[in-house]
Design a protein around this ligand. Structure first.
Ligand code: FES
Length: 302
């Protein structure tokens, strides 16, 4: 794992952010990757991100680890926040592996506000856990470290069974852990108190009946008035790229938020795993890499 610290090249204050926010970082190769901000939100002079080397990843972490980035100027977008810390009487945090990164500033916020918290943090072993020194200094809460080589996988059912009934539950980590959190909170009737941050796609959110093989529709681009046809076998993103090649994207699987686009009219058919149910029903934004349209035409702010 490496920690990177970013500052404005001119020494100016950086845009403010809240716990749960991430940065879209454009790597030297042009890859765009999201990294949760894990420094102190009150520090306007620098951002910190932590990046785990994933040999079987999609190349972003390998580029970060293999490229001398210190001293270089990188393009960044954001911060954006799809994992906001809502007000609560107490917090239960569950982090798996590098999923600790967005949780860290959340705990700091809870400490600052004097709100009780508990963190269950699982990883392959203690050596695979990050920020243990910093976590050990956090007051007013309870730290439950679960190294897999000693204690096995986190017992999510027991953790939730013992949770304060008024706690909001925040989870970030590998998909099987998040899936288990969804299922178990469902069975406990506490799903509405669960907030998740995903690092991977959730294929179950894509309609298995239709996938991309449903009907085509039109997309109108506000800036130019150009109307494009999105055929059943292409995404909105790929069609838009035919005329706007610089549109940003990263995961292209609906979980990172990089391609978020304002919808000016029409009804999106949401297939992402990042927006909330309220944002889905509001229909004002969509992830154009995976989402499609329920109306014949969408007008997009592009
Ligand atoms: S590119 Fe990640 S949500 Fe669209």
């Amino acid at each position: 794992m490496v920690s990177l610290h970013f500052v404005d090249p001119d020494g100016s204050d950086l845009p403010a952010w809240e716990p749960g926010a991430h940065l879209d970082l454009v790597l030297p190769s042009g890859l765009v990757r999201q990294y949760s901000l894990c420094g102190r939100a009150a520090d306007r002079k620098s951002y910190r991100v932590a990046i785990l080397l994933e040999e079987k990843g999609r190349g972003g972490s390998q580029e970060v680890h293999g490229t001398g980035l210190v001293g270089r100027v990188l393009e960044a977008h954001g911060p954006k926040n799809h994992f906001e810390l809502a007000d609560a009487e107490s917090y239960l945090f569950l982090a798996g592996g590098i999923g600790i990164t967005p949780i860290l500033p959340m705990i700091e916020r809870a400490v600052d506000l004097g709100i009780p918290w508990k963190l269950s943090y699982g990883a392959k072993s203690s050596a695979h856990m990050s920020f243990l020194g910093q976590l050990g200094e956090m007051k007013g809460g309870e730290l439950d470290l679960v190294p897999q080589d000693v204690r096995g996988l986190m017992d999510i059912r027991s953790i939730l069974a013992d949770a304060d009934p008024n706690a909001l539950v925040y989870g970030c980590g590998p998909e099987p852990m998040l899936h288990a959190l969804e299922e178990i909170t469902d069975s406990f009737g506490m799903r509405s108190r669960l907030r998740l941050e995903r690092f991977g796609a959730v294929t179950k959110r894509i309609d298995p009946e239709t996938g991309y093989r449903d009907t085509g529709f039109e997309v109108e681009l506000r800036s130019s008035g150009i109307v494009l046809y999105v055929p059943p076998d292409r995404s909105v993103l790929s069609v838009v790229r035919d005329v706007l090649p610089d549109v940003l994207s990263s995961c292209e699987e609906g979980y990172c938020g990089t391609c978020e686009t304002l919808v000016l009219s029409g009804t999106p058919d949401h297939r992402d795993s990042i927006l909330s149910d309220a944002e889905h029903s509001g229909g004002e934004i969509m992830m154009i890499c995976v989402s499609r349209s329920r109306s014949d035409r969408l007008v997009l702010d592009l």
